[in-house]
Design a protein. Structure first.
Length: 192
């Protein structure tokens, strides 16, 4: 999985007034959880663009006061009007401790059902994956070569190696349904 490096500065004071001053200076208050103690720090808002405004999921390497920690983005808060980031939480990662993340689905191949005129419907765009940090995939690949009209790929159909998908096994990820044009063509063919 990709890792984005971010450096922050330790916060001296923790409170509303201090957070407001940080935001006015173009910084975002942040907290790192999961270690022996919580770490309160501030990050420049522009440093978060590659982490927040992307469909991909990334690990974060945070450097605060000379110490580097590997983490994931746990929670983020936006201002209701300006949509600027006003607070962000990170969760520290440990190599021997499994975690669950929502990982994007990547469709691969060509569906024979779509070639025949069927309509592709993707119901799940992300899957919940449980794995150790070293085994966490960048995306979950779903092959569409088996998708005929009326067929679907469910979570239980996926074969995984070093991670487990925790979604309900009966959940449909992607399916090919009969399009209106294909239905009409079948009806016309049956009338003849």
């Amino acid at each position: 999985m990709n890792t984005i490096a971010i450096s922050g500065s330790q916060r001296e004071n923790v409170g509303k007034r201090d957070a407001k001053e940080l935001r006015y200076a173009g910084k975002v208050p942040a907290v790192l959880y999961g270690g022996t103690s919580q770490v309160h720090f501030a990050i420049t808002a522009t440093d978060l663009k590659d982490l927040v405004y992307t469909p991909e999921v990334n690990f974060v390497e945070i450097e605060v006061a000379g110490a580097k920690v590997k983490a994931i983005m746990q929670d983020i808060q936006f201002h209701p009007l300006t949509e600027k980031i006003i607070h962000i939480d990170f969760l520290q990662l440990f190599e021997d401790k499994a975690l669950t993340m929502e990982i994007p689905v990547k469709l691969t191949g060509t569906s024979p059902g779509v070639k025949m005129g069927g309509k592709l419907v993707q119901k799940l765009r992300k899957l919940k994956v449980n794995a150790l940090p070293k085994n966490m995939p960048q995306y979950v690949e779903v092959g569409m070569e088996v998708l005929e009209v009326g067929k679907s790929v469910r979570v239980r159909d996926l074969i995984t190696q070093d991670f487990t998908i925790t979604n309900v096994p009966e959940d449909t990820i992607v399916s090919v349904i009969m399009s209106r044009a294909l239905k009409q063509a079948e009806q016309e063919a049956s009338k003849k």
